[in-house]
Design a protein around this ligand. Structure first.
Ligand SMILES: NC(=O)c1ccc[n+]([C@@H]2O[C@H](COP(=O)([O-])OP(=O)(O)OC[C@H]3O[C@@H](n4cnc5c(N)ncnc54)[C@H](OP(=O)(O)O)[C@@H]3O)[C@@H](O)[C@H]2O)c1
Length: 276
């Protein structure tokens, strides 16, 4: 990998310990609960291999003509977390994807990005998108969907919908993505203790499948010098919660969640698992 200038990166403030949840359900954190620090679990191999161009966020310069921007693809950019990442990474060579073309175009205008709508549960649409964007320095796959049903009620539609949104989209994106050496690819799993609860079997299964898929994929991608980072978040106040009646009290704001993830992401060695 040829030496590269440091990319611009702004986290909007100094590192702050996370608002981690200690609840036994997927109701998210309460502001009254203790606030553990983010836990970083490192890759056994490839340590320090990537990120030569990725400084610690506290010292990273703001975007400037002398600083090489990262090529970043944010999928799920029309969502709460995706939108927050897009705004936090403004100034980079940003490519945004989502299914709702109108909302995507509006966000792209706001942050100076390209809008590339795609349904990523469709292999061919994923292929077309990833061919269009070319080699990436950073991928943030903020795609997902939530749904609640008891196991007595959950039908094929719900189970398939969860698997499509979480597992298939990630699998197709990874299948077709091309990366620069040292790139990071971020995916959102789930704390088992929050999602393996009544009413969330289908969501929990989809996240479990995603995490297992990523664990094997991470080892494959490391051979290409690409760092796959699995992120686990507590509840974040986004539209994901709309079908569930809204986010729980104490949920992180999407901006806060994105900031914490970006801070952990650019540490050395690169974390394989980042628990906020
Ligand atoms: N919010 C939380 O509390 C929380 C906590 C832990 C983990 N997570 C995870 O973080 C990720 C982002 O969640 P969020 O809270 O930002 O959710 P969100 O606001 O509901 O956004 C979900 C995004 O996924 C996109 N999407 C869904 N299916 C898609 C498909 N087939 N192809 C392409 N895009 C698709 C949506 O696109 P359109 O809107 O354009 O259809 C939207 O941009 C998810 O994986 C979620 O499980 C969230």
């Amino acid at each position: 990998m040829s030496p590269r200038a440091s990319p611009a990166f702004s986290t909007g403030g100094p590192f702050t310990p996370s608002t981690g949840a200690s609840s036994a359900t997927w109701r998210g954190p309460s502001s009254a609960r203790p606030k553990p620090k983010p836990k970083l679990h490192h890759e056994g191999a490839g340590r320090g291999e990537g990120g030569a161009f990725l400084p610690t966020p506290q010292t990273a310069p703001a975007p400037s003509p002398n600083v090489k921007a990262m090529r970043v693809l944010i999928t799920g950019a029309t969502g709460g977390l995706g939108g927050a990442f897009a705004r936090a990474l403004k100034g980079h060579d940003l490519l945004l994807s989502g299914r709702r073309a109108g909302a995507l175009a509006e966000l792209a205008r706001e942050v100076g990005a390209r809008a590339l709508p795609a349904d990523l549960a469709d292999d061919l649409e994923a292929k077309a998108l990833l061919e269009e964007v070319g080699p990436l320095d950073l991928l943030v796959h903020a795609v997902g969907k939530a749904g609640r049903a008891s196991v007595r009620e959950a039908g094929r539609d719900l189970v398939e919908e969860m698997l499509a949104a979480h597992l298939l989209t990630a699998a197709f994106v990874l299948k077709h993505a091309r990366f620069q050496k040292g790139a990071r690819a971020v995916f959102f799993g789930a704390y088992p203790r929050y999602v393996q609860v009544p009413g969330f079997a289908a969501y929990a299964a989809a996240k479990g499948a995603l995490e297992a898929y990523l664990e094997a994929a991470r080892k494959e991608l490391l051979r290409e010098g690409v760092h796959l980072v699995l992120v686990r978040l507590p509840a974040v106040a986004t539209g994901l919660w709309a079908p569930l009646g809204g986010p729980p009290k104490g949920a992180l704001s999407p901006e806060e969640a994105a900031r914490k993830v970006l801070e952990g992401l650019f540490r050395e060695p690169v974390p394989a698992l980042l628990e906020v």
